[in-house]
Write a protein that binds this ligand. Structure first.
Ligand code: B12
Length: 234
């Protein structure tokens, strides 16, 4: 009898094989590893991101004594993972075409509030929304409040994702979310505000307290949100 492979075991095996490559900061092999995992069909984009790349980013732990060394290593590691993600772009768009064809669920924006420098989770989330048929604009780390509001005014999104990793940055996040809610009323828009990132964990109450309409942390939650929105032609 054929055994269906347990997908979490497949991801764990890929992660175990990826770790030595990223630990050695071997960018070239990290990229080819990810691309061949996708082309083999054993991993798709969500499982590559959530099962391999995200844990590889989170794994780097710095002790206080190592601190001076660690920050630059975090930058190197993040930059390699970012390269891997960018190299997956053609595969992302192929997968999106299978899901969405030439239709769209509308534009979306992903931002990190001012002082939030962690951006890899936000970058991955942007691709996962794209995969679900949104035309996602990744604005990125440390974005001033007024620029976020300007982006909303220009892009007319159906959602704005606000990514917060450091709990200190919940304060500027709350400020910008409150401003977005005001703007939404002022211009008669109906975009949804989605909170995500480690500062929220699974605490829906915290996201709501900030003013977000919902909390999403993974592809399954993004998929559920997407299904609420209608398709339209490009
Ligand atoms: C890389 C890194 C950095 C890099 C970031 C580089 C970059 N360009 O992104 C740099 C060096 C800048 C950095 C700086 C700091 N960091 Co740092 N950093 C990390 C590290 C090692 C990895 C973060 C990461 O990339 N994770 C991988 C991503 C893919 O996963 P994720 O963030 O969990 O996101 C997932 C979900 O949350 C979700 N998601 C995220 N956003 C969104 C948004 C939406 C809309 C949706 C739907 C989903 C979603 O999708 C992702 C995929 O599953 C973590 C360790 C860790 N445990 O995470 C520490 C960590 C986050 N950092 C930490 C700290 C303390 C700092 C500094 C304060 C250190 C210092 N003293 O300077 C500064 C703060 C800078 C700032 N003001 O923002 C702490 C935070 C602890 C805390 N609770 O406060 C951590 C946990 C390390 C630790 N164990 O102490 N850091």
């Amino acid at each position: 009898m054929n055994q269906v492979p347990d997908h979490s075991q497949v991801m764990a095996d890929y992660y175990a094989a990826f770790r030595p490559l990223i630990d050695a900061e071997d960018k070239r092999r990290c990229v080819s590893f990810a691309l061949s995992a996708l082309s083999s069909g054993k991993l798709d984009i969500p499982s590559l991101y959530e099962g391999v790349l995200a844990p590889a980013a989170r794994e780097l732990q710095c002790t206080l004594r190592q601190r001076r060394l660690c920050v630059w290593e975090e930058h190197v590691r993040t930059s390699i993972l970012r390269t891997v993600i960018e190299c997956c772009y053609p595969e992302l768009m192929k997968a999106r075409d299978l899901i969405a064809g030439d239709q769209t669920r509308g534009p979306g924006i992903i931002v990190c509030p001012t002082e939030e420098y962690h951006e890899l989770g936000a970058r991955m989330a942007a691709d996962l929304f794209t995969l679900q048929g949104f035309d996602t604009v990744f604005v990125g780390a440390n974005t001033p409040q007024q620029d976020i509001l300007d982006a909303v005014t220009v892009i007319h999104p159906v959602f704005v994702g606000v990514s917060v990793t450091s709990p200190y940055n919940l304060v500027p996040a709350r400020r910008v979310i409150q401003q977005m809610m005001q703007l939404r009323t002022d211009i008669g828009a109906s975009f949804r505000i989605i909170a995500g990132g480690q500062a929220f964990g699974t605490d829906v109450g915290r996201a709501k307290y900030l003013g977000a309409d919902l909390l999403a942390q993974d592809y399954a939650q993004i998929q559920r949100f997407a299904q609420e929105l209608p398709w339209s032609s490009h």
